[in-house]
Design a protein around this ligand. Structure first.
Ligand code: PHE
Length: 330
């Protein structure tokens, strides 16, 4: 029996201890064999043999249990050490995404007008001549229809050159009053420092009963909006021309680069042009069969806003997918 006490003592793992347990206590184990031998022993010895065997049995069981606890504790400690996470180690840097500066700027513009109760309308990027030009009082001979400016498909279909067709589609499908903006991508055959063939506009349109909408209303909301976007700046309105508004104006802000003192970006004028606007031309209302209404409209380029807010020199860099550039806007 002694060798089994030694075997238990020397066991190196819970697994080998288990093998010993089967060899000692199992159905065909040493103890079972010793008890079996008892049958052939002389009768007068049987009681003593049984007593001895039972003593060994419980003593071995005690040894076994104690050893098992010891080995389990050791194995647990080893496992914990192996699986431990060292929180002080450097980890692989995870990359987090961010909104593209153009989308971020678009969101901010939409946020302002939503807070002023303008609803957001969208339309298709492929338009027809009527919605993109004709209904907006841009007749057949108008220069904006030139092949130089517009991407044409067959059958007078084209890529919309501005988001203004969305105001036409909205007026054709909705009764006045209207208070909407239309954000989205537009397309023109242009490519230089400040122009890309695809860019984004936000169009605004407000229509109410005749006499209820004035240039003063338009001026108020655009000034408030531009201060929301650019902070403490000066705003000025310059007379201009758009076929779909009369009177029309272009709106400038004092240069955000030189605070109006004159620099390269504002061509030494101290002013930056940021949007176009005006009172909706009666011809536009005729085209959508609106009567006894008045309204104002405005349109702006989102990329231009993003460039001015983030002081980006070349518009094209926004579309090159350069991670190094985009990371700066995280
Ligand atoms: N659609 C004009 C453009 O693309 C912008 C604009 C919209 C001007 C509404 C006035 C009123 O240049």
């Amino acid at each position: 029996m002694k060798e089994w006490y030694d075997a238990i003592q020397k066991a190196q793992s819970v697994e080998s201890l288990e093998e010993i347990r089967i060899s000692v206590f199992g159905k065909k184990g040493v103890l079972a064999q010793e008890f079996a031998k008892m049958k052939t022993a002389p009768n007068e010895n049987k009681a003593q043999i049984a007593k001895d065997l039972n003593t060994h049995k419980s003593a071995l069981m005690n040894e076994f249990t104690a050893k098992k606890i010891t080995l389990q504790t050791i194995e647990l400690q080893i496992a914990m050490k192996a699986e431990a996470i060292d929180v002080s180690l450097f980890s692989a840097k995870s990359q987090s995404g961010a909104l593209h500066p153009v989308m971020e700027t678009m969101d901010k513009i939409v946020e302002y007008f939503s807070s002023m109760n303008f609803s957001v309308k969208t339309g298709g990027m492929v338009e027809d001549d009527f919605h993109n030009f004709e209904a907006l009082n841009l007749p057949k001979y108008h220069p904006a229809r030139d092949m130089q400016d517009t991407f044409y498909f067959k059958d007078e279909m084209l890529l919309r050159t501005h988001t203004s067709p969305v105001q036409i589609r909205t007026m054709l499908s909705t009764k006045p009053p209207i208070r909407m903006i239309a954000p989205g991508a537009v397309f023109r055959r242009d490519y230089d420092l400040t122009h890309t063939p695809m860019f984004h506009q936000v169009e605004g349109l407000l229509v109410d009963e005749k006499g209820k909408v004035s240039f003063a209303n338009l001026k108020f909301i655009l000034e408030d909006f531009l201060k929301y976007m650019f902070g403490d700046i000066e705003v000025r309105f310059r007379p201009s021309f758009f076929p779909f508004t009369e009177p029309s104006a272009e709106v400038d802000i004092s240069c955000v680069f030189c605070e109006g003192n004159g620099c390269r970006v504002c061509s030494k004028t101290g002013w930056l042009e940021v949007l176009g606007c005006g009172i909706v031309d009666p011809n536009v209302f005729n085209a959508v069969k609106y009567e006894n209404v008045s309204g104002y409209a405005f349109g702006l380029g989102v990329e231009r806003f993003a460039m001015l807010i983030h002081q980006i020199g070349d518009l094209r860099s926004l579309f090159e997918g350069d991670i190094k550039l985009l990371e700066q806007f995280q």
